[in-house]
Ligand binder design. Structure first.
Ligand SMILES: Cc1cc2nc3c(=O)[nH]c(=O)nc-3n(C[C@H](O)[C@H](O)[C@H](O)COP(=O)(O)OP(=O)(O)OC[C@H]3O[C@@H](n4cnc5c(N)ncnc54)[C@H](O)[C@@H]3O)c2cc1C
Length: 404
């Protein structure tokens, strides 16, 4: 049997970008549908640290550049969504921490770094009085310790919130079965056809939105001949080597440890996540992850253990469960190969390639896609589509600390 489905927008990829855009477009009255080939968040989103930055980590070298400006309002934006009064309903998302901390280690230069960062983002960072230090730091550090407005979210519950009201329009796009894409003679997207058991579904859409993270490159290859691919639709990968330590230490920490070097990246960025088995996972990013690319997993774990022992001599985690893994950040290509500073949309006819650049900037991407639909005067269609109950909801990805 074969069914035809008509939509205003077809989104491919259910990470933070695709889910946020789905929510915004549907709230605007567009009939949008999302296809995900694995589980929701299965790429970078579920592996992220869940930090919603206000940009201070980009101002550590004292420069308030466009990256820190674009991102500065994001924590407030997300907080209104968490309270159910923002442009996307995130009620039900668990907040892991209402604050993020920045701890410059005991050298003049790192204190200076932190100071410059705090000046650059006036009012968005404050010095914590020692009596208010989080339990983990109390009696152990002299300070200073800074509190940022940044928040930390539990990503699986974020993905659940973003998908809860749209499950009938979020479908598993199994690529083990036969599927194809048809373009019209003008080179625009016409439809995507996929086989589910004995049934075939042809999904037609006015606008195709690609938010497939690292998978975007292969998808674009199927849609646009290489020679026609605009330069700004190219992708870059920036790899990370993340480390996890699972333990039973009772105090969660959420902290940027600011290095002795004048760089824009903290030496270690730590978030704490509760695991299904009741243990806690410290998830270690920052410079440790960026510089860990050329290390084996064994070497990375050794470097991470040494770093944690050096930073927190009062906390012995050497015999706990350590793990590391490689993952790419997939983004729009930049001239210097560095981090793109904003979320961006790149167009080829009715195909939009979308990059949030950071979890934090998803609201910015959501606004850009709504603006695009308005600018292009895309009509809100009214379709009599068949029941899609036979195509499964993909479910939500499992975070890395629960796969160990
Ligand atoms: C280790 C790590 C930590 C990070 N921490 C933070 C942080 O704390 N704060 C922050 O702001 N940012 C953080 N980031 C960046 C942030 O996670 C990413 O910018 C963001 O998650 C990208 O979202 P996305 O939706 O574009 O891509 P992804 O999350 O990668 O989602 C793409 C989705 O598309 C699906 N897909 C791929 N190909 C296809 C296909 N052919 N058909 C159907 N579906 C497909 C994938 O399965 C996946 O679900 C971090 C990134 C990493 C890697």
């Amino acid at each position: 049997m074969s069914s035809i489905i008509e939509k205003d927008a077809l989104i491919i990829g259910g990470g933070i970008a695709g889910l946020w855009m789905l929510n915004r477009l549907r709230a605007e009255g567009y009939d949008a549908m999302l296809l995900e080939r694995s589980k929701l968040g299965a790429g970078q989103t579920i592996a992220s640290q869940g930090m919603i930055h206000g940009g201070i980590k980009y101002a550590l070298n004292g420069n308030l550049n466009s990256a820190s400006e674009a991102i500065a309002d994001m924590p407030e934006h997300w907080k209104s969504c968490l309270a159910g009064i923002g442009d996307v309903d995130l009620t039900g998302t668990n907040l892991l921490s209402e604050h993020y901390y920045m701890w410059p280690r005991n050298s003049l230069r790192s204190r200076f770094n932190a100071f410059l960062g705090s000046k650059a983002l006036r009012g968005k960072v404050s010095k914590v009085a020692p009596k208010n230090y989080p339990d983990f730091f109390k009696r152990h550090i002299k300070g200073p310790l800074y509190e940022l407005l940044d928040i930390v979210l539990d990503v699986p519950s974020l993905l659940a919130s973003l998908s809860k009201n749209h499950q009938s329009n979020i479908k598993l796009f199994s690529q083990d079965s036969w599927w194809s894409i048809e373009m019209n003679p003008e080179g625009e997207f016409k439809s995507l056809t996929m086989q589910q058991g004995s049934e075939t579904f042809e999904i037609k859409a006015k606008q195709l939105i690609i938010s497939s993270g690292e998978g975007s490159k292969d998808l674009l290859k199927k849609l646009i001949p290489d020679a026609d691919l605009p330069c700004d639709m190219q992708m870059q990968l920036r790899p990370l080597h993340m480390t996890i330590v699972k333990h039973e230490h009772p105090y969660p920490i959420f902290v940027h440890c600011v290095s002795d070097q004048l760089t824009a990246t903290p030496e270690v960025t730590i978030t704490t996540h509760k695991c299904k088995d009741g243990k806690f996972a410290w998830y270690l990013g920052g410079e440790l992850a960026e510089s860990g690319m050329h290390r084996t997993q064994e070497e990375q774990i050794q470097v991470a253990q040494n770093k944690i022992a050096e930073l927190f001599p009062w906390c012995d985690l050497a015999s706990e469960q350590w793990h590391s893994f490689f993952i790419n950040r997939a983004e729009a290509l930049t001239k210097n190969g560095k981090r793109p500073e904003t979320a961006s949309i790149h167009q080829y006819g009715n195909i939009a390639l979308c990059w949030p650049s950071k979890l934090t900037l998803a609201p910015n991407l959501g606004q850009q896609i709504v603006n695009l639909f308005h600018e292009k005067n895309i009509d809100r269609g009214s379709y009599d589509n068949p029941d899609l109950g036979k195509i499964l909801f993909p479910g939500i990805a499992i975070p890395p600390w629960d796969t160990l």
